[in-house]
Every structure is written in C-alpha cells, then in structure tokens.
Design a binder for this molecule. Sequence first.
Ligand code: PLP
Length: 301
Amino acid sequence: MKFYNTFNLNTVNVETIQAEWLFDKKVALDILRLDKIHSVVSGNKWFKLKYYLSEAASSNKTTIATFGGAWSNHIVAVAFACKEVSLQSVGIIRGEKPAVLSATLKKAVEYGMELHFVTREEYRSKETIKQKFADNSWYWINEGGYGRLGAKGASEILKVTDISTYSHIVAAVGSGTMLAGLLLAAGSQKVIGISSMKKNVLLEKEILHLVAAEKINSTLQIIHDYHFGGYGKHPLPLIDFINEVYSQHNLPLDIVYTGKTFYAIKDLTEKDFFEPGSRVLMIHSGGLQGNASLPLKVLAF
Ligand SMILES: *Cc1c(COP(=O)(O)O)cnc(C)c1O
C-alpha cells in the first residue's frame, strides 16, 4: 500500500538522555523518537492505522469514518493517511461546530476529511451514530484506533529498534491500544503505561481484551498518578516541565501524552521505582501537533 512508502522510518532514532537524576540512581533512559516520522501523522498513529486501512482497502470500502475531539491526533492522522491511500475520510467530531475550527480540524479538512459535529450527548452512543450514517461503503475505526488491528500495528513499534537490552518500556496511554501492542511484542521487559486520564479504571481490562493471554510474555503495569488533573489538562507545572526538558535535552514533548510520561519517568526514578541498573526505553509517541492548542510562546518550541 502506498501509505507505507510515504513514511520514512529512517527518520526515527533512539536518543539517550543524560541527566543527573538518572545518573544518581544508575538508571539509563533512551527515547524512541517516533515523533520524527511525520510532523502531523506522527508517533503511534501511523502504526495503529495501517492494518485498518489495508482491511478497508481489501474489503472494497471507499470511506473511512472515525470519531474524535477537536484536538485529536487520531482524527488528523486518519485524514492524512486516507489522502495518501486515496480513501475518503469522515470525522465524527465531539461537540457543536465552533465558529473557528481548531488547527487540528483545519488540517483534517485540508487533507480532505468531511467533518460532522455531534453534541457531547450524541457522541456518547457511537452505535446510534453509526446507524444514522449507515453506509456499506464505509469502514468504521473506533475512537483512538482502539481494537485488535490497532494493537497488531502498534506491536511493530518494537521492531524499529533492538529492544533486547532494555528492562522497561514506558509509554503514554490513552485508549490503551498502543500499550496492548507493546505488550504483544515485548520480551522480558516490563511494560509500563502512564495514563493521561484521571481514574480510567477500566483501562487494564480494555488492554488485556486486545491481547490473547498466552501471547503476553511481559508484565504490565499502569500508573494513574500523572494525569495532571485529567485528560487534556495541562497546568503550568507541566508546561514549565516541558519547557525545561526542551531546553536541557532538546526534546520536544506534547502536552496531552508524552509530557506527562516523561515527567512520570523522572518522578518514578527519583522515588526509586526503577532498580539501579535499569535500562528504560520511553516511546515518544508523537502528538506534537496538539501543542498548537496553546497560545503562541507558551512553549519554547
Ligand atoms: C494517541 C496517542 C497516544 C495514546 O495511544 P493509545 O493507543 O490510544 O493508548 C499516546 N501518545 C500520543 C502522542 C498519542 O497521539
């Protein structure tokens, strides 16, 4: 499929973070820079979408339809990916149509996505929406790309680099699809998810639902303490932290996912969560386009 050729995985690299807080605890931290895949369709989205798109194409669907909010990385990734493989795309967007579209939705429209705004109330019942738009030529992808094919795609993230020397793999969690994929592909490593949502108690169940129990070699741990007030919340301490990381390590993080994850790794390291000698691989899952929701100059990059 043409989509696969558009993205050059050669741009992805692994960067080692040098910092006293790591050195003090004898912990090594590397970052898998999936954010470098593409400025808009970055990170895990490319991996999560690929098998949905090929299934849609092979079952002769002409349109991909999916769900998301005004700043959804998933929405804009679907729009772009569909343009690349010449499928139509439809985005069902949570909330009334605003007078001015968000930067994310503007991009999605630019890539050819047709947007339908539904009230928050309506948005909750996805099945009703699907029935309303019922069309045989449409292929539906769950919100956030949640599902087994998404996890299958995400499992390929760990093929990008040799993971054999790591003891822990740490990644941000939204729907849990990426984490399910990491769990499928990891070997002896512990897989640690940092939830960007507040008290998402069903998460573990939803992740395990995507992976056959016998395929799990690793141990899974989800940490719920670093949501900074909830999904999409980005109080000043988080913004300050993201700016600090950028100035010290030249590493851009996003405000919804990876900023919280990096913060968690630092805090957990300082609290002796990782044993001395641990080698941690953080997945930089992208999402930088969402930083455009902030006023100019709040972030240093
Ligand atoms: C979508 C996204 C996630 C969450 O992935 P899930 O598979 O939904 O858990 C994490 N990080 C970034 C940057 C994302 O855009």
